[in-house]
Write a new protein. Structure first.
Length: 204
């Protein structure tokens, strides 16, 4: 778990959640894989202007575009919606967003898991599974996060991971627990204090 925390916090590119994963072969207690939150290989990060213009902005509703304008300090008095489709404004907004050093979904006020399709980031659990040099069946996964999301839970179960160790925190997706109960993967939650980590104002 300590190594998973290092994966999560040491130069992790995700601007929203610092999640790290380490995969271990229980027969040798050796590490066989690791992963962290990040965009697919060879694709721009979420604060890249090309990503914002071509992936993020086209998916936004008119209401969400209004919220972006307001969040960036634009005066909406006399504002007309046709401005939202203006190339000049799109370029200007995406340039400003790229300089925020903040997850674009967070600028909209969405918490983790909400409107996830606006982000191309691949979760640490799936990144770790995709890079394994050996079959995943029977391996153990240590996750520096709470119970994995629904999509990751499904991938973990289907891959044949034997156990998932994670930390006790608010659920990303409550229904993930149900999947683990029915799957063949044992879910084990740990209190961060019991793991030897101190909390700073309630945060690990």
């Amino acid at each position: 778990m300590k190594l998973a925390k290092v994966m999560a916090t040491d130069q992790n590119p995700c601007l929203s959640r610092n999640v790290g994963v380490v995969v271990v072969d229980p027969s040798s207690n050796g590490i066989v894989g690791a992963g962290y939150n990040g965009p697919p290989e060879n694709t721009p990060h979420c604060n890249d202007i090309e990503f914002l213009k071509n992936f993020f902005w086209p998916q936004l509703t008119t209401h969400e575009k209004h919220r972006i304008f307001i969040a960036l300090g634009f005066d909406m008095d006399g504002f007309k919606d046709d401005v939202l489709s203006s190339t000049n404004y799109t370029n200007k907004i995406c340039t400003l967003l790229s300089k925020c050093n903040q997850c674009p979904r967070n600028v909209l006020g969405y918490s983790s898991g909400k409107r996830a399709e606006l982000c191309s980031c691949q979760h640490a659990e799936r990144n770790a599974l995709n890079k394994l040099p050996i079959p995943a069946k029977g391996l153990v996964m240590f996750c520096w996060c709470g119970v994995p999301c629904i999509q990751c839970a499904g991938s973990i179960i289907n891959a044949g991971i034997q156990e998932v160790h994670c930390i006790k925190e608010n659920d990303y997706h409550v229904s993930s627990r149900w999947l683990f109960e029915y799957g063949n993967t044992t879910l084990i939650e740990h209190n961060v204090i019991d793991l030897g980590f101190e909390l700073n104002n309630g945060v690990v």
